[in-house]
Each structure stands twice: as structure tokens, then as C-alpha cells.
Design a protein around this ligand. Sequence first.
Ligand code: DX5
Ligand code: ZN
Length: 219
Amino acid sequence: MVKLSPSILSADFSKLADEIKDIEEGGTDFIHLDVMDGKYVPNITFGPKLIKDLRKHSNKVFDAHLMIDSPENYIDEFIEAGCDIITVHPESTIHLHRVIQTIKAAGIKAGVSLNPSTSLNVLDYIIDDIDLILIMSVNPGFGGQSFIPAMYDKIRQTRELIGDRDIILEVDGGVKLDNVKEVIASGADAIVAGSAIFDGKNTVENTKAFKRILSGEKE
Ligand code: DX5
Ligand code: ZN
């Protein structure tokens, strides 16, 4: 079944434990943690301390998406904070292969995230080492942007590239109730949704609405 990974980026940071309770009540699978440093992307969010504190409030899969420069300097802290999946961007590090090995050596899943303009070729020599490919369907940095239609083709190509490999194909950015079916039909295994889930009032219902579509859409 297609997994749901709500991004807490659009949640109210002053009451994150309650926001997480709501997506759990709605039946979420993962929790997507968008870490931004104001350098790799033009926005700042949070770091390992917050993730570690949230870990006490949830047993769901912690799906950390690092949009930070030189992630190798912080990987150990994110591992220690309790992340289950750590995803990095190839442009953010000089030694992508090494970063992936560090994540894997900790016994957790390693992901690679591709910006809209980043070619699938960067996966050529690492695809057999990774557990997740995150296709960005907006430019990273902010929630609430519009899905870039050219990414449907990229999702299809990524699905083909993955073939029989045990790799999660996750799609992140601009996914709403009205386009999620098309995203899944293109080949996504996991969906990130931020602003479409955390709207300050209907978080439980929004989560359930996504889950209903996700459970019906893939055989
Ligand atoms: C963007 C983040 C996304 C974003 C998704 O840099 O990686 O996870 O928060 O938010 P929506 O669903 O609002 O596009
Ligand atoms: Zn993300």
C-alpha cells in the first residue's frame, strides 16, 4: 500500500506533539521531517534536538529529509535522534556515496532526494545502496508551492529505473487530494503532504482523506 508521510513543516510548531497525535489518529504511516539550514535552501526549520524530543511522542517511521549543506557533519546526531530514514540531496555533499554508507552502517534507511532540475543520472552508481528515492515536485525550501507537472514523467522514469529493487519512491511537494491519484498512478510508493494535511483545523480528517485514496489506489 502507498505510504503517507505528512510534513510537519506546515504544522503549528508550538504544539507539535498535538499535531502528531492528530496525524496518528488519521492513520499516518510516516512522519516527514523537513530539516533546513538557510544555506542549502533559503529557509530554516529545526534540527536533531526537536526530532529527538518528538521521538518520545511517536513510534511512527521518522522520515527525515535533510536540506542542509554538508549533511555528513550532522548525520550522527540525526541517527542518534531516532530517525528511521535519512534522505540527503546529492548537491549538498561532496561525497554522496560516503554519506549513504554512514547512514546504512547505522542500520537505518538511506534516501537520496532529487530537485526538479536534477537528473536521474546521479543515481547511476549508488542505486544499489539506497532504500528510498525522493522526487521533489517543487523546489525545496517551502511548503504550499504548486506541483511541477513535468515531474509526472520523472516519477514514471524513476519507477522504471527502480525495477525490481526494494526502493521506496517518495514524492514531495504540492501533493493535494486532487492530484494525489495521478502521482500514485505515475508510480509513487510514498506521498509527502504538508499544507494539504496541516491546515490548523481538519488535520485528522485530511489525513484520513489521503489514507482513503492511498489505500484504494494501488493493488
Ligand atoms: C519542501 C519540503 C516539503 C514540503 C511539502 O522543501 O521538502 O516536504 O513541506 O509541503 P507541501 O505539501 O505544502 O508542498
Ligand atoms: Zn520534504
